[in-house]
Design a protein around this ligand. Structure first.
Ligand SMILES: [Zn+2]
Ligand SMILES: [Zn+2]
Ligand SMILES: [Zn+2]
Length: 157
């Protein structure tokens, strides 16, 4: 995981490289994404938090900024399963995306950083000639905290 200042510098320099101005609105959105780099925020969440530092910003601007950052590969967007997209900063241009562990009880989103798909990626390349450059995996289940709650192992609830 990159330190926040390096992450910020990487995002700003890629925006500049692609001739996108660093407006105060964009900067405010990037700041929220960096401060919540492991939180998997929805656009609404990002909007609410950005409003703190930049009260004039509108939801449409937040969406447009997120789309721009996503198109440049700076932000990952993933579907959570409830119709609400979540966003997180892409820590590295080279690594494959980490896996998400979604708890169907509390809605918590955990992460699993080891790829563990090398064998599958090689098998796909060998059989189809397709070169895997990334993937997006969601595992659904019950997190350890929810499993520890009383009643979780009984059927009578
Ligand atoms: Zn992989
Ligand atoms: Zn849970
Ligand atoms: Zn994540």
């Amino acid at each position: 995981m990159l330190p926040k200042n390096e992450l910020r510098e990487r995002i700003f320099s890629i925006l500049r490289e692609h001739d996108h101005r660093l407006t105060p609105q964009r900067e405010a959105v990037v700041e929220v994404l960096i401060e919540n780099s492991d939180a998997h925020l929805s656009a609404e969440n990002i909007f609410m938090q950005t409003k703190h530092n930049y009260p004039d910003i509108g939801l449409a601007t937040v969406y447009r900024t997120l789309e721009l950052l996503e198109s440049l590969g700076l932000v990952h967007k993933f579907e959570y399963g409830d119709g609400q997209s979540r966003y997180e900063v892409n820590q590295s241009a080279d690594d494959h995306y980490h896996h998400h562990l979604i708890c169907v009880k509390c809605g918590g989103i955990g992460e699993f950083k080891d790829d563990l798909l090398d064998e599958i990626e090689h098998a796909i390349a060998k059989e189809t000639g397709f070169r895997v450059t990334d993937h997006c995996l969601r595992f659904f289940g019950i997190c350890s905290e929810c499993q520890a709650e009383p009643g979780e192992n009984s059927d009578d609830d």
